[in-house]
Unconditional design. Structure first.
Length: 300
């Protein structure tokens, strides 16, 4: 591999060396490298960029060396933060009830409940920003406002990524996208932001989060409420209350007897664990949706 003579060449070689790695890891590595190299260049304003790179590569590392370091660090970090694996269960019943011992189940459950709040916020922010940008487009402040709005969208994307990684266990970027257009004319940088698929993917994700948040919250609350109500039915009956009390066409129905109530409680237990399986599956699916829309695959 030829020695890079510019920062952009160094970044391209680093990206090539990281080909096949997680796109979120690639984004973090590119951001760190560009930030370090441009800081070194700014500290030595009179020095040639090629000469500076030759000096920095000796301390920071060649692109392939930096790529190996990031791959090794990623393995160690993931081992350190990953929750202990659940015991392997080979029976059908063991796998079915073992979902309660999986930490990702409760992270996904909390995310589904939180998604209604974040979905409303993201949707409101996106719609308000787009509406104001369109309304101000005929004024001088229209373009600066829209660029500021897009910057806020990227910041929210990074925040959502941290939430997704913490609760759903999907690797997301820990650094913002590296500014590949830095040093180029303003109009070209603006055009690159408009043509960047990550910009529109993030906006689509923010709009999508409202219907998804409503669906997630409804599924979680409804199924959990029904299953817990079924499970608690024997306790309700033990205190002298009827589980079901209906009056239809003059005929009163006071619910099942003890055998039916216990059977209803068993159904509630099965429904509760089935709900946990569904919640964990939805969490995994949403993690892939977030990964696809918030992390550009082109970085790898």
């Amino acid at each position: 591999m030829n020695a890079p003579r510019t920062i952009n060449e160094y970044l391209e070689q680093l990206r090539a060396a990281l080909r096949g790695a997680d796109p979120a890891l690639v984004q973090d590595a590119l951001y760190d490298a560009e930030e370090h190299l441009r800081a070194e260049l700014a500290d030595q304003p009179g020095r040639d960029e090629a000469a500076m790179l030759e000096h920095v590569v000796g301390s920071y590392g060649a692109p392939d060396e930096v790529a190996d370091i990031y791959r090794d660090q990623e393995i160690r970090i993931q081992r350190a933060i990953r929750p202990p694996p659940s015991p392997q269960r080979h029976s059908v019943l063991g796998r079915f009830f073992g979902v309660a011992a999986d930490p990702h189940t409760y992270g996904a459950l909390f995310y589904l409940l939180l998604a209604l709040v974040t979905g409303i916020f993201y949707f409101t922010w996106a719609v308000t920003g787009l509406s104001l940008s369109a309304g101000l487009s005929f004024l001088v402040i229209g373009i600066p406002f829209f660029l500021l709005f897009l910057g806020s969208v990227r910041g929210l994307s990074l925040l959502e990524g941290r939430i997704v990684e913490t609760m759903l266990g999907v690797r997301m970027p820990r650094r913002p996208p590296y500014p590949s257009q830095q040093g180029q004319p303003l109009l070209k940088r603006i055009g690159a932001m408009f043509t960047d698929g990550r910009t529109w993917g993030t906006l689509f994700y923010m709009l999508l989060m409202l219907p998804l948040g409503i669906i997630y919250f409804t599924i979680a609350v409804t199924l959990l409420s029904v299953s817990l109500a079924f499970i608690g039915s024997p306790f309700v009956k033990a205190f002298g209350f009827n589980v079901i009390n209906m009056d239809v066409d003059g005929f009163s129905y006071y619910g099942p007897g003890w055998a039916g109530t216990i059977a209803l409680s068993l159904v509630g237990i099965v429904l509760l664990f089935a709900t946990l399986h569904l919640v964990r599956g939805i969490g995994r699916l949403h993690g892939q949706i977030a990964k696809h829309l918030l992390v550009p695959s082109t970085v790898a």
